[in-house]
Design a binder for this molecule. Structure first.
Ligand code: ADP
Length: 568
């Protein structure tokens, strides 16, 4: 993770709010008026009390009482609007951040998304985004409100009493609103940030345990898993408690500062009245009372700030991670504004490839030609480079221009979007979204007609299954309930691919997770679609390899033809 200081994170997060300046302004305005009303109510009450005690007050008691009631009602209404606008901004911004994150993931190359480290990052990102709510709803406008309200309170105190008392109160405002939050931020920073990290990793661990509950039960390891969850939970609680304890000390210090500020105002008044020769500085008793009330009732917005650091530390850790993701550059840029493809043939010539930071080539002068709609099977030991070859055919990684060509055009010259329209990858397991079967299929081709959907289901040998379901195409796939078997999933995945109408289909161990019966159905489906597209399958299963028109084995980075079986 990049190291950004808190101000940099804050500034970058604030840049996202620029669209909401007006709502932010309203939130701050409401908040400031609300807090000033609260101080005014206390102050007016003291003046009313002074009037009742017979002191000479220029406003009538009735006016004072009416003002107190009206201010009280206004305070409630304004509070509502303040909360409303703060949360409005926060949730709108969360939606924007989600959009930006998703957009960023889209712009990354497929190999980046495949990357394990980034996979972990993605798991954390959902809870990270939620955490930002603290910043947008409870930090930005409260800080501005505290600033404005404090300046107005100090001015009023100065005008009503004298500015020496304002300076005294200012000192305490600085302690509570700036010094204590800064110190507590520094103290809580390390713990809070590591807590945030542990929490995110615990959440994904816990979710993983929930998802894998069936496996855990089969393996008869529920007790062990439970113990592990408890152990990690307790460790997390301990960390949280440690931070909370420290934060509570700072809160207590802040609260005691309020009393200390009132006492200091009394002391300063005593010193001025006793030792000053300047008559204009003299503070009358009821002025002192107002001063003390303003001091006691005006710390609300500052106290709100002083309790922020604990959450903010975590928020900034999350913010940092989100900014990291948003800063991420694709390791390979998409090809745009070059050539579009209508696939006819593929030539791989002397293809050599090694992964970054690895010493040896995975593929070494490999050659492959594919014309016509044949089924090519590639066999080979595990880890020999079969998946790598398929990935290169989809330009996960860049190779020299001459090495991979479609229709005599270098893969590096073909627009990525057009390449993906022509060539599709199908893997060991199909991901189905928590949505209806129809929507899961149509995601491949939103314009597909009903006839095309039915045709795809039939070709993929899954039509009978879908229409045996009560809700047919409208059945919702529920990943948690697993209401569709792995074999059925693979065939639904194949129907989805058929709707996409690729010209070349790359299958990476498509039958490795399914039983014989489903494998037979799946392979029959491939035969059904063979006339429409070229097919390359990598597999370790002899039963699947039998479908080949041409079989190769991958050894030492090269392909060797095993046998020719054009009759299939
Ligand atoms: P196969 O599909 O034949 O099982 P792969 O193509 O997946 O083999 O992997 C070939 C070799 O490349 C293996 O040694 C594997 O560990 C390595 N490899 C695969 N992906 C990466 C990667 N992203 N970074 C570094 N090495 C990798």
């Amino acid at each position: 993770m990049k190291k950004r200081n808190a101000f940099k994170v804050m500034f970058s997060l604030l840049k996202l709010v620029d669209k909401f300046v007006i709502v932010l302004f309203l939130a701050v305005l409401n908040g400031a008026i609300g807090n000033l009303l609260a101080v005014s109510i206390s102050t007016l009450s003291v003046i009313a009390l002074a009037s009742l005690l017979g002191l000479d007050i220029s406003i009538s008691l009735t006016t004072l009482l009416i003002l107190i009631v009206v201010f009280g009602i206004l305070r409630g209404v304004i509070r509502y609007f303040e909360q409303y606008s703060n949360h409005y901004i926060a949730f709108k911004i969360l939606a924007i951040v989600r959009h930006k994150v998703f957009n960023k993931l889209q712009s990354l190359s497929i190999s980046d998304i495949d990357d394990k480290e980034k996979g972990n990052m993605m798991e954390m990102i959902t809870s990270d985004i939620e955490t930002l709510e603290v910043f947008y709803a409870h930090t930005v406008s409260p800080t501005l409100i505290a600033l404005i309200v404090s300046i107005i309170n100090l001015t009023i105190l100065g005008l009503v009493t004298n500015f020496v008392l304002s300076l005294t109160l200012l000192l305490f405002y600085i302690i509570v609103g700036i010094i204590i939050p800064l110190i507590s931020y520094k103290v809580l920073e390390k713990d809070g940030s590591s807590y945030r990290y542990d929490l995110a990793s615990f959440n994904s661990f816990f979710l993983d345990a929930l998802k894998g509950i069936k496996e855990i039960k089969f393996l008869n390891k529920t007790k062990e898993k439970e113990a592990l969850i408890d152990e990690r939970s307790t460790m997390l609680d301990k960390k949280r408690l440690k931070s909370n304890n420290k934060a509570s000390i700072f809160k207590a210090i802040s609260s005691s500062m309020i009393i200390l500020s009132a006492l200091s105002i009394i002391l300063v008044t005593y010193l001025i009245n006793t030792y000053s020769n300047n008559a204009s500085l003299y503070i009358k008793p009821y002025e002192l009372m107002i001063g003390v009330v303003i001091a006691l009732s005006s710390f609300g917005p500052l106290i709100a700030l002083s309790s922020l650091p604990l959450n903010l530390v975590q928020t900034f850790t999350s913010g940092n991670r989100i900014l990291d993701l948003l800063d991420e550059k694709p390791s390979l840029n998409e090809v745009t504004f070059k050539k579009d493809l209508i696939y006819q043939h593929l030539e791989v010539t002397n293809l050599s490839f090694k992964y970054k930071d690895e010493e040896t080539n995975v593929l070494n002068n490999l050659n492959l030609n594919l014309k016509d709609n044949k089924i090519i099977v590639i066999k080979g030991e595990s880890g020999i480079g079969k998946s790598t070859l398929l990935k290169l055919l989809l330009r996960y990684y860049e190779v020299d221009n001459e090495m991979i060509k479609y229709n005599d055009i270098s893969i590096n010259e073909i627009n990525t979007s057009s390449l993906l329209d022509n060539v599709t990858m199908f893997s060991q397991s199909t991901y189905l979204f928590n949505d209806t079967i129809l929507n899961n299929l149509k995601i491949a081709n939103l314009n597909a007609s009903n006839e095309e959907v039915i045709d795809a289901l039939k070709k993929a040998s899954i039509y009978d299954f879908v229409f045996s379901l009560k809700e047919g195409l409208n059945t919702v796939i529920d990943p948690q309930k697993l209401n569709v078997s792995l074999g059925e999933k693979q065939r639904l995945g194949l129907a989805r691919v058929i709707l996409r109408k690729p010209k070349l289909l790359l299958l990476d161990e498509p039958t490795s997770n399914i039983d014989l019966e489903n494998e037979v159905l799946f392979l029959n489906s491939l035969k059904n679609i063979k006339k429409d597209m070229g097919i390359i399958i990598i597999t370790h299963k002899e039963s699947t390899a039998k479908i080949a028109d041409v079989t190769y084995t991958l050894e030492k980075g090269k392909l060797y033809e095993v046998k020719s079986n054009e009759s299939n």
